[in-house]
Design a binder for this molecule. Structure first.
Ligand SMILES: Cc1ncc(C[n+]2csc(CCOP(=O)(O)OP(=O)(O)O)c2C)c(N)n1
Ligand SMILES: [Mg+2]
Length: 371
């Protein structure tokens, strides 16, 4: 009998083949030129200008937040400069009825989704009013526990689907967050139940000081979505048009009953991890910084819009001026909020009878606060 030689399956070649498939999706290059005409979302002039306005506003908000923090007028703050395309252009593809489950760096998206800016400042100050989300604003408070919002997003998405809503739950984490168990549980559950969720991993290259290379042996984070059965894409996270299209398409699939998607956005945070003492010069070189600054989302979008005659210096100055005014008014509003009381803190944490030791403290503070 002639022996039939079976073709050996080569797991190493298979891995390489899969990893090579994750080319970075880009529409607008660093020079502000469309390099992928087929994928151009063809946004209207007004839509393009509005997207630019939101990104510029967000850059100013970041600069103002950093100085307010340095003046002791804000508390916890995680800088966002460099991540405007990842954050704002992904949000731009969403609808009001969609739910956002942010991480601590994702305050801009929830502000653009309707959270009053004054509340964002109160959140930064640790004031409970900052986490009281107004009715009709579909956002959850920013999650500090890395990756925890991924499981919640799978559940929120499933809940919306069960109620027959044509909407999605969108959640963000960082490259570091993709190492958490919650990340895998979230994408796996959502995949298994075909929850209308969009999982966005903003790969800003570092988890505090830990570089992406030490985070995982996988070549991309996007490929992890494949293992859970999710359409997954690696996107140029400094390209607003590519991020917009990837999110728009993921949303369309989700509301059409095709289940969740994963999007990895390649980006960079220019500033420190948070304002609590991180010094990026200890783990990054200025060469790396300038390499990424050349990819800046606002710079390339500005070039694109200027070439179309939709943007100019004057227009940008006006947007910046308005942003500063709006931020100033929101700080004033946050300053006017009543001082947070310890008794309120205790009551917000505990319903009904308090444990005896807390009851004692409650009485002490009640007495102090009444004076
Ligand atoms: C479960 C958990 N572990 C550790 C921390 C401490 N921590 C805060 S931010 C951070 C790094 C997260 O990096 P990444 O997910 O890449 O997000 P980025 O800050 O870069 O946006 C760590 C480890 C935490 N908040 N939660
Ligand atoms: Mg990171």
């Amino acid at each position: 009998m002639a022996s039939q030689k079976s073709k050996q399956f080569d797991p190493v070649a298979n891995l390489h083949e899969i990893e090579e498939k994750f080319e970075m999706f880009q529409i607008l290059n660093e020079e502000g030129e469309i390099v992928n005409t087929d994928a151009d979302p063809k946004l209207s002039d007004d839509e393009l200008v509005e997207l630019m306005r939101r990104m510029v506003f967000t850059r100013i908000l970041d600069q103002r937040s950093i100085s307010l923090n340095r003046q002791g007028r804000l508390g916890f703050y995680a800088p966002t400069a460099g991540q405007e395309a990842s954050q704002i252009a992904s949000h731009y593809a969403l609808e009001k009825e969609d739910y956002i489950l942010p991480g601590y760096r994702d305050v801009p998206q929830i502000v653009w989704h309707g959270l009053p800016l004054s509340k964002a400042f109160l959140f930064s100050r640790g004031h409970f009013i900052g986490n009281q989300i107004p009715e009709g604003v579909n956002v959850l408070p920013p999650q500090i526990i890395i990756g925890a919002q991924y499981i919640q997003a799978a559940g929120v998405a499933l809940g919306m689907q069960k109620r027959g809503k044509k909407a999605v739950a969108v959640t963000y984490t960082g490259d570091g967050g993709s190492s958490q168990g919650d990340f895998y549980e979230g994408i796996n559950f959502a995949g298994a139940f075909r929850s209308p969720a969009i999982f966005i991993v903003q790969n800003n290259q570092f988890a505090i000081s830990t570089p992406r290379e030490l985070q995982t042996a996988a070549k991309t984070i996007a490929q992890k979505g494949i293992s859970a059965g999710l359409p997954s894409i690696l996107v140029d996270g400094m390209d607003p048009l590519a991020v917009y299209v990837a999110t728009r398409d993921a949303r369309e699939r989700a509301v059409n009953g095709e289940g969740p998607s994963l999007i990895e956005t390649m980006c960079y945070r220019y500033g420190p991890h948070t304002m609590a003492g991180d010094d990026p010069t200890r783990y990054r070189t200025s060469d790396t910084d300038s390499k990424w600054e050349k990819k800046d989302p606002i710079v390339r979008f500005r070039k694109y819009l200027e070439a179309k005659g939709l943007w100019n210096e004057e227009k940008e100055a006006e947007v910046i001026e308005n942003a500063k005014e709006e931020i100033k008014a929101a700080v004033k509003e946050a300053d006017a909020a009543p001082k947070q009381k310890v008794t309120e803190l205790i009551r917000n944490m505990h319903d009904g009878d308090l444990p005896y030791n807390l009851q004692e403290q409650y009485e002490i503070f009640k007495e102090k606060e009444s004076k």
